[in-house]
Design a protein around this ligand. Structure first.
Ligand SMILES: [Fe+2]
Ligand SMILES: [Fe+2]
Length: 528
């Protein structure tokens, strides 16, 4: 070998190394590794194996025999299921020292078989059966272990039948050296991609764990956190597929999709700190339990006091009318019924009704020889909440989840392509007209990603099929509310249009909603 050819080979190896390091798809990378190894060794065929996750078998990932036109894996059809993995260990747990690829892994060494038919160290009966069936001659094999950064064998590159001038020859020492050099380059590229893939899988599992944790705390929030990312990604995929309308010149890159996915999953992360009784507060007086029963007891005491007074008075004056007692008792019952009704949060509580709560609160009862109002200050405050069940303070606690989401997510050291995750997640309650929270961002301050999560969040909230205290809205009602929100400038009108025209709402509903929520949708009216 002269210096010139050595330089050529070195250049070739460097080129291959660069090309391999650019490939991000693991299957295509494996195919390229085999292709390049076959080219430099002029081999008719070869196989790339990877070790299974349990470290017990070798999976066939790429298989090629050019003269038989066999090509599996990579950009071709996957390796068929009938080709079983190679076992590294026998049934009794001992090492499988019969199979040459298994031994290549187990001993972490290159094995060069000059002629399989003259070799009695390994079992080549399978190969011979294959040869017979296909009228082929599998003569020379070169097996090289692929090792990761920790020197652990992660796969095998096997080359079959080196050729020269149309003849099958054995792999020369010079070729072995060259293929080994290529394999170590290939191993680096492969290890990089496997590590990236592993990290991605780990991180994705971790973010799902957050939704799982929230589900253990509160099933409704868990369901919400599972469904919002589904809808978020439906929007993003639909935007990427749009060839004709608003988004025809725009699409999210793979990295941007990844970022949006993570933000979608983690958007309500801050709810880990929201107290349960506020998250799902079903009545105005609900704290750790519904305090209406305490009030009921006080009203019972009041009734007894009134009755007691009546009979005490009757002792001195037998002419006292019982009608009066009855009407007093009736009024107490009516008052309590009214409070019970007020405890259930509604769309709107008028000032008149709120005033009745204040009037009722003027009544006094005797407890511990002390006279006090039948309702405490805080009970009055809660019972006069004009919309829903949350007091101003409750609402502040509830709304703080989104600031907390941002603060917590902002602590993570993201790779470049995930840097916007905290921002996108932290904007899901902002509104385009600037009336959202926590920052009141508006218009261009809210990027498309934040707008997508926001519309997905609202729609999921409206249609959630698993709220224990609330019948889920029918599809038509939820879509109409979305339309009102679009008209009020709260959510993105183009996304709403896409939601309807591309029938995304239906795709989502078919997958996630109860059949009884499905009703007739007038798309024209929604788009008018
Ligand atoms: Fe939220
Ligand atoms: Fe949410």
């Amino acid at each position: 070998m002269n210096n010139f050819s050595n330089t050529n080979k070195l250049n070739k190896l460097i080129d291959i190394g660069i090309a391999l390091s650019k490939e991000k798809n693991i299957n295509i990378l494996l195919e390229k590794i085999l292709n390049e190894a076959r080219v430099i060794s002029n081999s008719d065929g070869g196989t790339v194996y990877l070790i299974t996750d349990d470290n017990k078998k070798l999976n066939f990932k790429i298989m090629q025999t050019e003269s038989l036109e066999i090509k599996f894996g990579g950009s071709s059809e996957p390796v068929p299921d009938y080709i079983y993995p190679v076992k590294l260990y026998n049934e009794d747990g001992s090492k499988n020292l019969n199979n040459v690829s298994a031994v290549c892994v187990l001993k972490a060494k290159t094995i060069n078989i000059k002629n399989a038919y003259e070799n009695d160290e390994y079992d080549f009966s399978g190969v011979k059966g294959f040869d017979k069936k296909h009228n082929y001659f599998s003569k020379s094999f070169l097996n090289i272990p692929l090792k990761d950064h920790k020197d652990k064998v992660i796969g095998v590159l096997q080359l079959l039948n080196a050729q020269q001038d149309g003849e099958i020859i054995s792999f020369s020492d010079e070729l072995v050296e060259l293929v080994e050099a290529l394999s170590s380059q290939a191993s680096v590229a492969l290890t990089n991609q496997l590590l990236i893939e592993e990290q991605k899988i780990l991180f994705r599992s971790f973010i799902k764990l957050v939704a799982d944790a929230l589900e253990h705390k509160d099933a409704v929030t868990g369901g919400h956190c599972n469904r919002v990312p589904v809808l978020t990604m439906m929007f993003a995929e639909c935007i990427n597929a749009d060839q004709t309308d608003k988004y025809k010149d725009f699409s999210f890159s793979e990295d941007e999709m990844d970022e949006l996915y993570v933000a979608g999953w983690l958007h309500d992360f801050g709810k880990v700190a929201t107290p349960d009784h506020i998250m799902n507060k079903s009545t105005k007086l609900e704290g750790l339990y519904d305090k209406i029963n305490q009030i009921k007891l006080r009203f019972e005491i009041l009734k007894r006091d009134v009755e007691l007074n009546f009979y005490k008075n009757k002792l001195s004056d037998s002419n006292i009318d019982k009608e009066l007692l009855n009407s007093q008792l009736q009024k107490i019952d009516d008052d309590f019924k009214f409070l019970e009704m007020s405890n259930i949060g509604g769309e709107y509580m008028s000032e008149d009704l709120q005033k009745r709560v204040y009037d009722i609160a003027k009544q006094q009862i005797e407890l511990d020889n002390q006279s006090s109002s039948i309702l405490s200050e805080s009970e009055i405050d809660f019972l006069t909440i004009s919309r829903g069940t949350l007091s101003k303070k409750d609402r502040e606690v509830m709304e703080s989840h989104v600031s907390l989401t941002y603060q917590l997510l902002d602590k993570l050291p993201y790779p470049d392509h995930l840097k916007q995750v905290p921002f996108y997640a932290g904007c899901h309650h902002e509104k385009i007209n600037g009336e959202g929270y926590p920052n009141g961002y508006s218009g261009d301050q809210l990027p498309l990603q934040a707008r997508i999560i926001a519309i997905a969040d609202v729609f999921e909230g409206l249609t959630a099929p698993d709220r224990p205290y609330k019948e889920p809205y029918k599809l038509s009602k939820a879509l109409n509310i979305l339309k009102f929100m679009v008209n009020d400038g709260e959510i993105d009108s183009d996304l709403f249009k896409l939601f309807i025209t591309k029938k995304l709402y239906l795709q989502y509903a078919d997958d996630k909603l109860n059949p009884k929520q499905m009703d007739d949708i007038n798309e024209k009216e929604l788009l008018s």
